[in-house]
Design a protein around this ligand. Structure first.
Ligand code: GLN
Length: 493
């Protein structure tokens, strides 16, 4: 079994094409891995019966010679993507019992390419959080947690997506990133997480959090696998008016294209107080690795960076308060009957939304209300523009920007949930890319003093994911990060 689990998606695809292994065999190995890692609480709704049908179908396409890009590859899906006739909860009580009558465009693209759906993965409620602890299903546990130590957070909001890939319980997975929810958990769990350019992947059928920031992206074990699945996910969609009308290039070609002469920017403003020294050292190492691979490193400035976090925590809750107005006990999931309509709304929303979601709705409603709109929401939008302009200017001089992904390694469950501001600080390096709509990746690049994974982040101009793949691959080669979480399903090395 563990031989099958050791394969990357690209390797598995090669073996499937040669008919050395079958999709059904691969699925069986992952099914066992899911059972072995059940204690990590990654899957909220396993879909193994559907998976079996998909794997059988994939094997037929290999026999016929018309297998799609992802045929037979076992993939987990964040429970924020609507999946037709399969419960989709956004890990919230208010959506319990919601079986969408439609499939999101991104998941639909993945299944059309032959991907096999293992199940729906745990996440923070409505993707709000950085630790997966706001989920009604409880936290997804980081497989790097020591057997005898306290359980570590897998990060969030896409905690289950990161943890399942790191633990070998999914070959690849899908997540979403509004302020860092792909890159931060990827860094915490030691896997590759890509947030594409805003507009590259359709948002249609994804439970909306903050519509001007949300983007779907993949979790994988390697950069090459990231390019593979991303090529299948991306593409224009008429059903999402913000989806870009662009051809999807073959991103796999970019992975090994080298970075000779590529200009890498190091932004001064990303040196922040409270950053762990091992992260600082890793950042320096990353810089040296890229130079050794032929890139030219340039010091740059992104002067408005310090406003990114406050700006995000106005804009994201404002959009969330509007998006979440639809959960009123009438159209979806939960409803608490009361004597009047208003009382029913109140009771349903008070009971159905968790504490963090209610906090965001209150902040957002406040920031959008008459009298405060100009002072908060409008101001935040103006600052957002300045942040975007910082990047535009920087990208005149550099091709890619290198930063750490997070200011710390994974923290124990319970350590930060008590203080929202501490939790929000997790996103300090990731939110600027969302505000500016830029693509970003987190690549596992080293270990902290405590032996926990650390990630480096690469950012590029809009629609230049190709550059991200080239630079990320150079880091991956030099970092030689070997995947070895203690609580994985088997020996993954
Ligand atoms: N941690 C951030 C938040 O809580 C980002 C979440 C996300 O990207 N979905 O809003």
């Amino acid at each position: 079994m563990s031989e099958l689990l050791k394969m990357t998606a690209t390797q598995a695809r090669k073996s499937l094409l040669k008919r050395e292994i079958s999709s059904v065999e691969l699925l069986n190995a992952y099914q066992t891995a899911m059972e072995k890692t059940e204690a990590l609480n990654n899957y909220v709704t396993p879909t193994l019966e559907v998976a079996k049908e998909m794997a059988i179908k994939a094997d037929k396409t290999y026999a016929k010679g018309n297998a799609g890009l992802l045929a037979g590859l076992p993939i987990g899906v964040k429970d924020l993507f609507c999946t037709k006739d399969i419960e989709t909860t956004a890990c919230s009580a208010i959506l319990k019992g919601f079986f969408p009558p439609y499939e999101s465009t991104v998941t639909s693209n993945v299944w059309k390419s032959g991907g096999v759906m293992l199940g729906k993965l745990n996440c923070d409620e409505f993707a709000m959080g950085s630790s997966n602890e706001t989920s009604i299903f409880g936290p997804a546990i980081n497989p790097w947690s020591k057997i005898d130590g306290s359980d570590l957070s897998s990060g969030g909001s896409s905690g289950g997506s990161a943890s399942s890939v790191a633990a070998g319980a999914a070959l690849m997975s899908l997540g979403t990133d509004t302020g860092g929810s792909i890159r931060q958990p990827a860094a915490f769990c030691g896997v590759v997480g890509l947030k594409p350019t805003y507009g590259r992947c359709s948002r249609w059928g994804i439970v909306a959090f903050a519509s001007s920031l949300d983007q779907a992206g993949p979790f994988t074990r390697t950069v090459e696998d990231s390019a593979l699945i991303f090529s299948a996910m991306a593409g224009h969609d008429q059903k999402d008016s913000t989806s870009a009308s662009l051809e999807t290039p073959n991103f796999s070609e970019a992975v090994n294209s080298g970075i000779e002469g590529l200009r890498i920017g190091i932004p001064a403003e990303y040196y922040v107080d409270g950053m762990d020294t091992d992260i600082l050292n890793l950042w320096k190492k990353g810089r040296a690795w890229l130079e050794q691979a032929g890139a030219k490193v340039v010091d740059i400035s992104l002067p408005h960076t310090k406003y990114a976090l406050p700006c995000y925590y106005i804009i994201a809750p404002a959009e969330a308060s509007s998006n979440l107005a639809r959960y009123d006990g009438v159209k979806y999931g939960k409803r608490i009957e009361k004597e009047s309509l208003d009382a029913m709304y109140e009771a349903t929303r008070a009971d159905g939304f968790g504490e963090e979601v209610q906090r965001r709705i209150l902040i957002g409603t406040y920031a959008l209300s008459a009298g405060y709109y100009d002072a908060y929401y409008l101001k935040a939008q103006q600052v957002r523009r300045l942040i975007k302009e910082d990047f535009d200017k920087a990208f005149n001089d550099v091709d890619v920007i290198l930063t750490p992904t997070t200011p710390t390694a994974a923290f124990p469950i319970g350590a930060e949930i008590v203080d929202p501001i501490t939790m929000y600080l997790n996103d300090v390096f990731t939110v600027p890319a969302n505000l500016a709509g830029l693509p970003g990746i987190s690549v596992p690049a080293g270990l902290s003093e405590q032996g926990l994974p650390l990630g480096l982040q690469l950012l590029a101009p809009s629609f230049r994911e190709d550059r991200i793949f080239s630079a990320a691959s150079a880091i991956e080669k030099q970092a030689e990060f070997s995947l070895a979480p203690v609580r994985a399903a088997g020996d993954l090395q």
